[in-house]
Design a protein around this ligand. Structure first.
Ligand code: HEC
Length: 127
């Protein structure tokens, strides 16, 4: 008899959930609301590298022998060995040095959101 109420209430809750869903995904603010959004170097990291790192680790200069223009170069690394360990941000020099404030050595630093982006990209496998 009173089946109406619970089911419409249920629908309302599901609807609200769907509407709220994208805003609850803290990570994927830039590109679409899919929870399965996998970060890629091309789409998500290039700008960060260009803004903070390539001036000294790119075409013009390769400090410590390190080129950060591609994932392949990151894996090759510099004088200290590979700068990137996919799946493991803490083991990745290019992340740990940003985290401890060593890189970039001067100028503006990546903010918390950008540092988090870098960590998540590495954790997801650095594609
Ligand atoms: C103003 C120039 C400059 C910028 C910008 C810069 N670096 Fe560096 N980087 C250096 C210099 C110089 C060294 C070598 C000396 C040292 O380790 O402090 C170095 C060394 C490194 C190393 C160690 C490489 C090795 O094999 O020994 C890593 C990793 C690194 N940088 C990552 C980054 C990342 C990631 C960014 C951007 C967030 C960045 N750097 C931005 C100048 C820079």
């Amino acid at each position: 008899m009173n089946e109406h109420l619970p089911s419409s209430l249920g629908r309302t809750i599901i609807l609200a959930g769907l509407l709220l869903h994208p805003f609850l995904l803290t990570g994927c603010t830039s590109k679409g609301p899919t929870s399965a959004h996998v970060l890629t170097f091309e789409k998500d990291l290039k700008a960060l590298m260009k803004n903070y790192c390539l001036e000294c680790h790119g075409e013009e200069a390769r400090e410590a022998g390190l080129d950060l223009r591609s994932v392949e170069f990151m894996l090759l690394g510099g004088e200290s060995g590979p700068a990137l360990v996919p799946g493991n941000p803490e083991e990745s020099l290019l992340f740990s040095m940003v985290l401890d404030g060593h890189m970039p050595p001067d100028g503006k630093m990546p903010d918390a959101r950008e540092t988090d982006l870098l960590a998540r990209w590495i954790r997801q496998g650095a594609n």
